[in-house]
Structures are given as C-alpha cells and as structure tokens.
Design a protein around this ligand. Structure first.
Ligand SMILES: Cc1cc2nc3c(=O)[nH]c(=O)nc-3n(C[C@H](O)[C@H](O)[C@H](O)COP(=O)(O)OP(=O)(O)OC[C@H]3O[C@@H](n4cnc5c(N)ncnc54)[C@H](O)[C@@H]3O)c2cc1C
Length: 287
C-alpha cells in the first residue's frame, strides 16, 4: 500500500486519478482506518489531504461560510461565527464520537463514508449546504443530499474529491437544530436523526423551512412536505403536528436490534418536531 500526503488539491486529484487499483482519500481516518484495521478494505493508495492548507480553512464567502474538507469537528466547534449562524450544523458535527474522534473527524468524511446514520449529514441537508467537488475534469457543485446515493456509495467518480462545503448566506432570524436518538447517552450510532433549518419574518411567521432525516432510509431524506407544514405558521401545535406526520410518513427504515421500523417512524416525527421548536427558539433570539 502506498501512502501519499500531497500539499495541493491538484496533486491529490492527479494521484487518485492515476491509480489503477483501490484508492482512498484519508481525512481524519476515523472511518477509513477502522475499516482497514477490521480487514474490510485493503487500499493500494491512500491520499492524505490534511496537509493541503486550503482544505484546512474556514472562510467567509458571500455572507456564508466555506468549510474546507479537512477541517475537523473540533475546529468547526471553535469557530464562533459558524456556531452563531449554523448552530444545528455545529451541534451535529460535535456529536460525532468522543473528544479524541472530534480532533480528527471531518464532516466531509462523515458525508463520503455514506452511512445512512451519519450525524452531520441531515443537519447539512437541512442547511441546504453545497459541496464543491474537484476531479480530473474540473470543479462541480452538488447539493449535499446528492453525494451519498446508497449505504457506502457516493456519486463521486474515480479521481474526484470533495474540496469544501459551502454553508450559504441566510436571512436574519434564521436558525437550525439537530437531534438524534441513540440507545446510550453518547458514542453510539443514530437510530434516527433530524435536522431542521428555518427563517422567520419580523413578525415571527415562518418564511422558509427545511426538514431532513437520517437513519430512516438508505440515504438522507429532505422531507419537503415537513418543511412546507411550517411555512406561514408560527409553529403552532397544528403546524408541528403536520410536520411530525409528514416526517414519519417519509421514513423507509430498516428493522434491526437498535430500533424497529415502527419505533424509527414514530421517533422521526417526534425528533423533527422537537428540533423545529429548538430552531424556532434560536431564530426568535436573533430578533
Ligand atoms: C469511536 C467512534 C465513534 C464514532 N461516532 C460517530 C457518531 O457519533 N456519529 C457519526 O456520524 N459518526 C461517528 N463515527 C464515524 C466517523 O468518526 C465519522 O463518520 C467521521 O466524520 C468520519 O470523518 P473522517 O474525516 O475521519 O473520515 P475518513 O475516515 O478519513 O474518511 C471516511 C470516508 O470518506 C472518504 N473521504 C474523506 N474525505 C474525503 C474527501 N474530501 N473527498 C472524497 N472522499 C473523502 C474516505 O476515502 C473514506 O471512504 C465514529 C467513529 C468512531 C471510530
């Protein structure tokens, strides 16, 4: 196995595109190295992207923030401006693993590992985040919910890497929240995850809302009907009921030892509702 640690994105792409065997990007390694140590994977080439300076930066862009693919969850959690604008995205990223894992793990690694239960992905999808992908044929942008296509599978083609995630500019009185259900208090895989992002007008009426669910389908779900249920309301009980119903109705979960189908369907509605109320309180506090 060959290990390379280039210092530019172009070199990383050239290395990946030129490899005939099995090639993987290494970001934090908290998924990749575990799979290698367990004998599931034996790459011919590993391209470590942590030495590429521009992938380690968080930059303001057009009123939003661009987060480099090699920024760790811990670094993200220390960024005050991103925390203020996107508290739900940051809380999701900061739920991943332990303090040790946080120092290594990246949101892009979480996304490209393509687990249906990845914690940061529903929050990013609710935030309408866009990823920038670089490959042998240049750059392209893709909504975050179109990166993972099935468990363990992404829409990236050989030689492509995710360069960054853009959290776009948002109007005043906007906020988000992420909640997950796990059987333990921490260090566990989400049985259900729910992200909600919303914007209020100056009178407190919801102008825009996006609701996203994790771990209840083969890939993250953006549930349009659930977001639409909040628009035009002040998140009164009837609107929250409709949101919860739409969220539950969209689920297509597996049935396993951590949660039955019925349980996951029910909990998806409950968590989406609770996340919406938290996002509402956060948006109100920005008045
Ligand atoms: C003890 C422990 C606890 C954990 N707890 C959680 C948890 O609570 N919630 C959760 O969601 N996950 C959890 N995880 C899983 C893991 O930590 C996360 O998925 C993490 O975000 C992966 O990021 P990484 O940078 O370490 O990815 P890596 O392991 O470096 O990469 C993961 C995959 O993504 C690919 N990849 C990485 N970066 C790029 C890129 N820029 N472009 C293209 N492909 C790329 C890699 O090739 C690999 O296939 C846990 C893992 C451990 C070991």
């Amino acid at each position: 196995m060959r290990y390379e640690a280039p210092t530019t994105v172009d070199k990383a792409v050239a290395l990946l595109a030129g490899e005939k065997g099995l090639a993987f990007v290494l970001a934090g390694g908290t998924d990749l190295l575990v799979r290698m140590k367990s004998g599931y994977l034996e790459p011919d080439l590993i391209v470590d992207i942590k030495r590429i300076t521009r992938l380690r930066r968080i930059r303001a862009e057009g009123g939003g923030y661009r987060i480099g693919a090699a920024v760790s969850s811990a670094e993200l959690g220390e960024h005050k401006a991103v925390r203020r604008l996107w508290p739900g995205v940051v809380e999701a990223a900061n739920l991943i693993g332990s303090t040790q894992i946080q120092g290594r793990a990246t949101m892009v690694g979480n996304l490209c590992n393509a687990s249906p239960a990845a914690d940061s992905v529903p929050a990013l999808a609710a935030a309408a985040a866009i990823v920038t992908i670089v490959g042998p044929n240049g750059r392209r942008d893709l909504p975050v919910d179109e990166v993972a296509t099935a468990p363990g599978k992404t829409s990236l083609v050989p030689g492509e890497i995710v360069e960054s995630i853009l959290l776009p500019a948002r109007p005043p009185r906007s906020a988000d929240a992420y909640l997950r259900f796990i059987p333990r208090t921490e260090m566990d895989i989400a049985v259900v995850g729910a992200g909600v992002s919303l914007t209020l007008d100056e009178t407190g009426v919801c102008q825009e809302a996006r609701v996203s669910l994790g771990a209840v389908a083969p890939r993250v779900l953006v549930v349009k009907e659930a977001g639409d249920a909040l628009v035009g309301s002040r998140l009164e009980a009837f609107a929250l009921d409709r949101l919860a119903e739409a969220a539950s109705a969209a689920c297509r979960p597996i049935d396993d030892k951590r949660g039955t189908r019925e349980f996951r369907v029910k909990v998806a509605g409950v968590l989406a509702r609770r996340a919406a109320v938290i996002a509402l309180e956060r948006a109100r506090s920005k008045r």
